[in-house]
Design a protein. Structure first.
Lengths: 267, 261
């Protein structure tokens, strides 16, 4: 894990060039240019219909762009998906209810033919990481929503991806659980050294988590501004600091900047 | 915090069994009184007491005939369940097979079992149980196929996206998501088919063949004007149907244990 974190290559985690996406007559994305560095945390924020989820799905190769290029870790998006180079978490946890928590975490490895002993060991390690080691044998239905979402994040991390794609994973959680999950996510991202592309519609959440906040506007969905987040050049930030971050002047400045950018996009 | 509402809800549970039992007893009493008071002839309706007496008197016969009818129902249920399941899996795995089988199976659901029973008896002879077991099989295939096919199609979008993101092969999608996801649907099909198997098994006996099951005893007792005896065998059929219903429900509960309802 630590060698992943320290291996800072010049290769970018995601590279989007002139990406357009049409659904029939609707221009969902227009001229998207965006690069994520290795280990960088980038949030996509904007009102409903601005195409932020579509953009994430294009990176995941779950949607094909109408035009433009999508490179993930230096490969075409399709190849990156086939090579299981990224982990993904959705708004719903999407756990398989007939599998135990540990078996859910093992799923990506199971699909890629990793042996049973190795899967077991990796799942145990990941459940430790998300603080659910005691629930390895439980069924998803026995867990709370926040715990299910943590299992989904552990599952996304199972193949040791260099990129985590997250589509409003905390959208359905209550505020307190959400803040705790944000701190955990930052810790996990730092320990795994993965770059994160994070979709949200919460301004404070985007600012607290991100190196950069990408502000998008709808009709057509495009990037209007990129705001520096709460931790410029502070990849070493401790999760405990997340609480303090909310109190700092830099946090309020960034929140205001994102809010202004969103308002400008609407005007 | 929610203590009071939970406390008031708890003691009501006992009413779930008591109410239908009380209603059943009431119906039997009213039935008896009406038949006696208005001197209803036995061919119209015997008293519950007369039926009970016949049930006791015929008990050894009831046991052996129930075993035959129940056995046919069970053989047909298992065969129909397997055939319905295999057809549904094939239909889910290939569009061509789906287009071939779905209309045929749905057309089979429109076949009145009364139309099949005499034909099968002639085809397979009146000295075997095969015709009756076949009737049950046909009746069982339909609900199992329909609910299994629905379950195999019902993949949550998030699970579909997940398997795509994992670059899963079609077989892996089936093995990890579609087949296990369809299990509750398949079990619902089995639960619905189980009592229907008994109905089919009893009715199939109305159309000739061996005189060794509940259905054939009902027709012969009625033909001999032994109305209370006919009713005693009807009661035995009801009990057999309930047993199959309970068995189906039990299997469903066991298999889908640990899943959210």
């Amino acid at each position: 894990m630590s060698e992943l974190a320290s291996a800072k290559s010049t290769r970018s985690a995601v590279e989007l060039g002139g990406v357009d996406k049409r659904f029939g007559d609707v221009q969902a994305l227009s001229g998207i240019e965006l690069t994520l560095d290795d280990g960088e945390f980038v949030s996509l924020i904007g009102p409903s219909g601005c195409g932020k989820s579509t953009l994430l799905r294009v990176v995941a190769d779950l949607e094909q762009p109408t035009a433009g290029t999508v490179q993930v870790g230096g490969k075409p998006a399709r190849q990156a998906r086939l090579d299981q180079d990224y982990g993904i978490a959705f708004q719903q946890s999407g756990l398989l209810e007939w599998r135990t928590v540990a078996e859910n975490v093992e799923l990506p490895l199971h699909v890629h033919g990793v042996g049973k002993a190795e899967r077991r060991a990796r799942a145990a390690e990941l459940l430790e990481l998300v603080g659910l080691a005691d629930f390895a044998g439980s069924r998803p239905a026995q867990l709370s929503g926040g715990m299910q979402q943590r299992v989904a994040i552990a599952r996304a991390l199972a193949p040791q991806p260099k990129l985590l794609l997250m589509d409003e994973p905390f959208g359905a959680l209550d505020e307190m659980t959400r803040e705790r999950m944000q701190a955990e996510l930052l810790r996990i991202a730092r320990e795994s050294g993965a770059a994160v592309l994070f979709v949200t519609h919460s301004i404070p959440e985007a600012v607290v988590l991100s190196d950069r906040v990408v502000v998008m506007t709808p009709r057509p969905g495009r990037i209007t501004e990129i705001v520096t987040g709460r931790r410029p050049g502070r990849a070493d930030l401790e999760p405990d600091d997340v609480e303090d971050v909310r109190e700092t002047a830099a946090f309020f400045t960034a929140v205001t900047a994102v809010r202004e950018a969103l308002r400008k996009g609407h005007g | 915090m929610t203590g009071p509402s939970l406390a008031t809800a708890a003691p009501r549970r006992g009413g779930g069994v008591l109410a239908p039992v009380a209603l059943g007893v009431l119906v039997l009493v009213v039935w008896h009184v009406v038949v006696v008071a208005f001197a209803v002839p036995a061919f119209l309706l015997p008293t519950p007491l007369a039926i009970a007496q016949q049930f006791v008197a015929q008990f050894p016969v009831i046991l052996s005939t129930s075993a035959v009818t129940g056995g046919n129902a069970l053989v047909g249920l298992v065969a129909g369940f397997l055939i319905g399941l295999v057809l549904a899996v094939l239909a889910a795995s290939s569009r061509l097979i789906a287009e071939l089988t779905t209309p045929v199976v749905l057309a089979a659901s429109a076949i009145p079992i009364v139309a099949l029973a005499p034909v099968f008896t002639i085809m397979f002879g009146s000295t075997t149980e095969i015709a009756r077991q076949l009737v049950v099989t046909v009746v069982v295939i339909v609900p199992v196929f329909v609910s299994a096919a629905r379950g195999l199609r019902a993949v949550a979008p998030v699970h579909g996206d997940l398997m795509t993101s994992l670059a899963a092969t079609p077989w892996q999608r089936a093995r990890f998501v579609r087949l296990p996801g369809a299990v509750p649907y398949v079990m619902t099909g089995l639960r619905l088919a189980a009592p229907a198997a008994v109905i089919a098994s009893v009715v199939a006996e109305y159309f000739g063949g061996l005189q060794n099951g509940l259905g054939s005893r009902i027709t012969s007792a009625a033909a001999n004007t032994a109305y209370a005896r006919a009713w005693a065998f009807v009661v035995a059929s009801i009990v057999l149907g309930l047993l199959f219903h309970l068995g189906g429900t039990l299997v469903e509960r066991l298999v889908t244990r640990g899943r959210p309802a």
